[in-house]
Every structure is written in C-alpha cells, then in structure tokens.
Design a protein around this ligand. Structure first.
Ligand code: BTN
Length: 246
C-alpha cells in the first residue's frame, strides 16, 4: 500500500504514535497514517511530553522496512523523515529549513518540527512508525524544551499555512525516501541529510542520560550516529540531545 492511501483522521487522540501502533497490531498495513487535530498526551523523544494544540500537524506513518538488511540502518529513518519535512516546507511554503541532529527541523535556527521514530515487529515483520510533530499555525511555547527555542511555520511566514498541503507534501517526500531505504540506497539518504544539516561543522554539546559531551560535529556515520571530535579524538554518539554553540 502506498503511503497515505489509508489515513485515519481524529479530532483528539492521546498520541498518534500510540494509536498507529494499535492499528498496526490489528493488521493495518504499512502506509497507514494517523493524523489528529490535537494530542492530549503527545510524546517527544527521551520520554518528554510534546505540546500538541490545534493548528499544528501531528501525524504518524507506518513504514515498511522490509528491504533493510541490517538493524543498524534503522537510525536512518528519523534522518530521512527530517529531510522529507524540510523538502516539503521548501516546496509548499518556500521556507529554507535546516536539520539538527538527530531529527529536528529548524527554521532560522529555531525548532519547528520534532520526529519520534519507533521500531515494532508485527507477525515477524519489521515495521517502523515515524511520528512527525510540525508547529504550523499553533502557538508555540518558547523554551519548553530545554535545548531548543521553538518556532512555527506561520511565525516564520508571517501568515497561516495550509495544513493539508504540508501533510500531502510530507507524505509524498517520505514515500520517496522510504523507497531509497528499502532499495539500500543509504548513501543517498545520508548525503541529503548532510546537505541540509545545520549541525555538521559546529561546536555542539550532546546530553545523554549519563553524560554531557562537547566537541565538533564532524559527520554522521552509516547508521545515522553523530561523529564528534573531542580533544583530538573521534567519538560516535548514537543518541542524545544536541545543542549548537555557534
Ligand atoms: C521530539 O521530541 O522532538 C519529537 C516530537 C515528536 C512529536 C510527534 S507529534 C506526532 C507524533 N505523536 C506523538 O505522540 N509524537 C509524535
């Protein structure tokens, strides 16, 4: 099934990721999408809450990852989703979005979109859910997430944007990249992310549950981990929060 061929639309749900997981376990196929006007218990990365009032785009997509040969490549899913959102914002709203590792989409250095990727197995089949939270016409609570100042599409445009147009463009861009993933074209996904990255080349602070690490962001490796240079040594960071310094 193509991405977006079946879209469940709700006025209010706890979390579109949670609802989509239930639908996947009931047997709904990859390509299924859940969109909600509001979320009462939106989930962010690292078990944070995600503020989801009316006017934003809160959606989750069930992806087939059947062509992915090795689990370490699942790290590319949030990266390719971020690239898809950036391209959709460029084509529909003429906004030049940039990406912050691991999976934030920024406009003018402020976070407009967060992505929550999850892997699940249904009847032996490996699937992925990507949840996309894009501030569009909703008010944004400045600084509710410690490492990022937030913005929205309407704030950056100076007028409201068309939610459905953005949604359609994001789903179509995501479908293109999921085909690349399943065809093993990992370099294409990585190179696109590198080209859109605002993180690479910058001095950054990475906060993990156990430590804070400062260094220069050099690259992302073949599984989407951040390659950091610290005191002349190279380290690889799989997950964490990233703060840009310059
Ligand atoms: C982040 O912390 O940056 C990730 C935020 C992801 C939010 C989206 S909104 C749609 C989907 N449903 C959720 O509960 N979370 C994701």
């Amino acid at each position: 099934m193509n991405i977006g061929q079946k879209i469940f639309r709700y006025g209010s749900v706890t979390s579109t990721n949670v609802i989509l997981k239930e639908l996947a376990l009931e047997g709904f196929e990859p390509g299924t999408v859940v969109v909600s006007v509001i979320q009462t218990k939106g989930c962010g990365r690292l078990e944070r809450a995600w503020d989801s009032p009316k006017g934003g785009l809160w959606l989750s997509v069930l992806l087939d990852t059947g062509g992915v040969q090795s689990g370490e490549k699942f790290g590319l899913i949030p990266l390719m989703t971020a690239s898809a959102v950036a391209d959709a914002m460029a084509s529909t709203a003429a906004l030049a979005a940039r990406l912050k590792w691991p999976n934030d989409v920024l406009i003018n250095g402020k976070k407009a979109c967060g992505i929550l990727g999850e892997i699940l197995k249904v009847e032996g089949k490996q699937l992925a859910i990507v949840g996309i939270g894009l501030n569009v016409n909703n008010p944004v609570r400045e600084g509710y997430e410690f490492s990022a100042v937030s913005t929205s599409v309407s704030e950056e445009l100076g007028k409201d944007a068309d939610l459905l147009e953005l949604e359609t463009a994001i789903l179509s861009e995501l479908a293109n990249r999921n085909s690349l993933l399943n065809a093993g074209k990992y370099d294409q996904i990585l190179n696109e992310w590198r080209g859109l990255s605002d993180t690479l080349g910058k001095r950054v602070k990475i906060t993990t549950p156990t430590e804070e690490i400062e260094g220069i962001a050099k690259d992302v490796n073949e599984s989407g981990s951040l390659v950091l240079e610290r005191d002349g040594k190279v380290e690889t960071i799989v997950a964490g929060d990233c703060e840009h310094f310059d």
